[in-house]
Design a protein around this ligand. Sequence first.
Ligand code: ADP
Length: 542
Amino acid sequence: MLGLMQDYPLLVQTVLDHAARNHGERELVTRSVEGPIRRYTLSDLHSRSLRVAKALAAEGIALGDRVATLAWNTDRHVEAWYGTMGIGAICHTLNPRLFAEQLVYIINHAEDRLMFVDLTFLPLVQALADKWPTIDKYIVLTDNKHLPDTGMKNVVAYEDWLAPHDDDFTWARFDENTAAALCYTSGTTGNPKGVLYSHRSNVLHGLMANQPDVFGLTSHDSMLPIVPMFHANAWALTYAAPMAGAKLVMPGAGMDGASIYELLDSEKVTASAAVPTVWLGLLQYLQETGKKLPYLNRVVIGGAACPRMMIETLENDYGVEVIHGWGMTEMSPIGSTGSIKHATAHLKGDARIDLKTKQGRTPYLVEMKVVNDDGQEQPRDGKSFGHLLVRGPAISSAYYRHDENILDKDGWFDTGDIAHIDELGYMQITDRDKDVIKSGGEWISSIEVENTAVGCPGVAEAAVIGIAHPKWGERPLLILVRQPGAEVEKADVLAYLDGKIAHWWMPDDVVFVEELPHTATGKLQKMELREKFADYTLPEQG
Ligand code: ADP
């Protein structure tokens, strides 16, 4: 027997309707790409997004068409995002940090028809437009006054393009399983793969993100999503904030410590989210200037493991609660958060920080388990590690235009991460499966060694890779970048690590480099390091 409830499809445009109706006075503030701060209300956002939808429909964009964005987090990007999805077209966010060949591949694979692009990326468009035959028009997210002469015929300023259209438009209504957004993984090997979100998955994921132990946004919050909209939906924040009626503060292109601090302060930001490198920049700025964070009360840090030192400094010196998050593009992206719960609330000092370095617990709507190589589930004892598998309504079932079957027979998706889960449900990632170091048949967690090493004074960044060893199979090599002006040496680092990690995890050697290679989403590019150090010989151990 079916229930007798209304057939009310979960469509993302209803988020904006709700926000405008109930929180229409709340602000959306943007550091514009042109420079000045721009501010308007959620009611304006709703109206302008409707105008985008109407303008797109006038262009002939229809259900299922792909519309690309190559843009920072700004008001206009949010308008383009909702305007596209609100007519059933698919908003394809592009990561501008991808290599040119990858952008060419992705756009042709997606067959994008239009592109909304920020001024910053116009040179990229001018260089590559010939290779993007499916794109008919480039809509530059600016006004006439700021649009430079590109010499291209199919370029128009966003404000000119929008001007003829009012907001007298009704969103399209369609099945909630209709595709809403497309985001390609950066793909360290092979071509990037398209993750295709649906309206239903985005709405459910936005609600999930607002659970109290995740972002827990309310109408009292002022939220600064530093994580870009092109990095897995800005971790749901462009949905979760308007759902809650939170003020949205968009950082535009300003990712440095000073720019971020300015917004945190002037917009009285209470919650924010970004990858660890952004917080490193902010912490450096705070330490140099002696400034404090009086308004900020919580930050979500994820995308890569959050170093212990960062949690300690933000919590103890600045009074900001750190919520360590883990996830992936294929998971919309939230998988877990390391929030304190009733059973861990008594933890103090180091024990509390230890817990917070774990990637944490799943919110409702994500299931996870750890299995061994034979697929057998491992006990939840905080030490039995294996492959981390996940399941849920906002997790990919397949890649866009790809035959590969990515789920097992029970519908589990292998994340490619190696992890363990403890009795209370807290998961900890020890490695990517392709990065594990196997020494004498046992696994060494490169992530844990790296995170401990960055706590050593003078160390800015760390990577650990396995180097072939005649007796042990592999042994760890620690590769470090010094902080500017620091004189830290191998012996200092080894002395620092001594006692903080298992004796047999101690790196066999430590080398210093000027910089470490990163992927387009800011992760260490270990494959490149393994290639670079392929012929490296470890010193004889005494
Ligand atoms: P990409 O496109 O680079 O794959 P994703 O954001 O989808 O970008 O990457 C997901 C992966 O990032 C995860 O599978 C995991 O390996 C890593 N990751 C994300 N958050 C964390 C975290 N908090 N700790 C450790 N690793 C993380």
